[in-house]
Design a protein around this ligand. Structure first.
Ligand SMILES: Cc1ncc(COP(=O)(O)O)c(C=O)c1O
Length: 471
């Protein structure tokens, strides 16, 4: 059995916020009572472990948009009840002797028949959606929005959001663009559908894609009659320069999905040279670019050639996929066609756009992304440590960024491991499901493990279940 990650890691104030804020928002009774109940439940269920230090009442009140007195009084109630201990200079802590229990009917380590831990890559931790901060941003955005914002509007998306994104992406990902060349869309998938139509309208015939990647993206291209050509692959990663006559190339340069490699420097230059030379288009899918670990920061490929590269970013990993909020930074020469392909009817819902703009400009997005980066880096570390201890024969790759990693298996084991995991209530994906059917390259057997989806509370059990299968 792997060791649980350090129980006191829940001391991070961002995690405490995540643990309680949704309950507070949902509460119908008094806020003080609701806050106390949420903290009690977080302690009882083990989301807040004994010894965890709570943020100061002032800080939590600010974060949750509550009066400081409300938080101080709720803390006072919990101290009186024995859940919390007030320690003068060292703040308020979860009482050491408090007894926690797992959720009714579940054993801590073993999933019961219907318990299912989801390690399929693709989703972030949905329980970490910053409900209170999002609500606060929605209120502010609604109060500030002109009436005209609620009309059909500009098909490119709200100007507030395009301006906020141009600024944010320049700083966070090095993207070189301006608000008028940004197009808001409902997910990278929607962006790819728009771009497929633009390419088809230009009579393009083929798009080169990575040998391994999401089937649904290849499907979007194929749906308008574009042929997808698998790129070659070697031990250094994808060779991104497509065969002669190809019209465009779709890449995940910062963190290849699913293999986790980074497009090498000379190959980055080679593919933009190809685009400039041939007039071809490069599609830079930067789906998890905000989650780079170990002080590494590989910027967007788009910055090398903004006239030839479309940048695609999404809130699906940094926030949640349910928002269906994404953006493209378009080469100026492509902007008009892309806007026309998106069309007036397909304008994305305005309130989320205004909220996202407020969320970014207020700094809440940056704070949320930093906390999420810490959360996923911790999970990656606990995964690597557990593998070293319990399954040292498993070769781990692609750990430098993102929310997933690749675990190499002995030849012939992939399907067996996936099936045995499924029987034991653990959803995992085999690498082979991402392979382009015409790819001449066949990678060895492996699992692609997404560590984003489980909640903080479920992660140790999900990790145990995975180790039970691999060791
Ligand atoms: C490679 C890749 N790109 C983009 C996305 C995000 O897609 P969307 O923005 O449509 O949710 C994902 C999600 O899993 C992905 O795996």
């Amino acid at each position: 059995m792997p060791e649980s990650p350090d129980a006191r890691s829940a001391a991070d104030p961002a995690r405490l916020r995540q643990a309680i804020e949704s309950d507070v928002i949902r509460a119908e009774g008094g806020v003080r009572r609701a806050l106390a109940a949420a903290v009690r439940e977080a302690v009882r269920s083990g989301r807040l472990t004994p010894g965890t230090r709570l943020p100061s009442s002032r800080r939590l009140a600010d974060d949750l948009g509550l009066a400081r007195n409300t938080v101080a009084n709720a803390y006072g109630d919990l101290v009186a009840e024995g859940w919390l201990t007030a320690r003068g200079g060292s703040g308020t802590l979860v009482t050491d002797s408090v007894i926690t229990r797992p959720a009714p009917g579940r054993s801590a380590a073993e999933p019961s028949g219907d318990t299912c831990y989801d390690l399929i890559p693709g989703s972030p931790d949905l329980t970490a959606f910053p409900r209170a901060a999002w609500l606060k941003a929605t209120r502010r955005a609604l109060a500030a929005a002109p009436d005209a914002a609620f009309g059909y509007g500009d098909p490119r998306g709200r100007p507030e959001l395009r301006a906020a994104l141009a600024d944010h992406l320049a700083g966070a990902r090095g993207v070189y663009t301006s608000p008028e060349h940004i197009l808001i869309c409902a997910g990278v998938s929607h962006g790819l559908r728009i771009l497929s139509e633009v390419l088809a309208g230009r009579r393009a015939r083929s798009v080169a894609v990575e040998s391994y990647g999401p089937d649904r993206h290849r499907g979007l291209l194929a749906a308008v009659g574009l042929e997808t050509l698998p790129l070659s692959f070697d031990p250094h990663g994808t060779d991104p320069v497509p065969p002669q006559g190809t019209d465009a190339v779709l890449l995940t340069p910062a963190h290849q999905f699913p293999l986790g490699t980074t497009l090498q420097r000379d190959r980055r230059t080679a593919v933009v040279d190809w685009a400039r030379r041939t007039g071809g288009l490069v599609l830079d899918d930067d789906y998890d670019g905000e989650f780079q670990f170990d002080h590494r920061s590989v910027g967007a490929l788009q910055a090398l050639a903004p006239d030839s590269v479309v940048y695609l970013g999404t809130a699906s990993k940094t926030l949640v996929p349910g928002l269906r909020l994404a953006w493209m930074a378009l080469p100026p020469a492509l902007a008009e066609e892309a806007v026309a392909a998106k069309g007036q009817i397909d304008t994305c819902e305005v309130l989320s756009q205004l909220t996202m703009a407020e969320f970014i400009t207020s700094g809440a997005y940056g704070r949320h992304v930093r906390a999420a980066r810490r959360r996923y880096r911790d999970r990656r570390e606990s995964l690597v440590a557990a593998l070293t201890q319990h399954a040292p024969h498993v070769h781990v790759t692609g750990t430098a960024a993102g929310l997933h990693t690749v675990l190499g298996l002995p030849p012939g084991y992939e399907q067996q491991v996936v099936q045995s995991a499924t029987r034991r209530g653990l959803k995992v994906a085999g690498l082979s499901r991402y392979r382009h059917a015409q790819s001449p390259h066949v990678m060895g057997d492996a699992l692609v493990v997404g560590y984003g989806t489980p909640s903080d509370a479920a992660w140790p059990q999900a990790l145990s279940a995975l180790m039970g299968i691999l060791s």
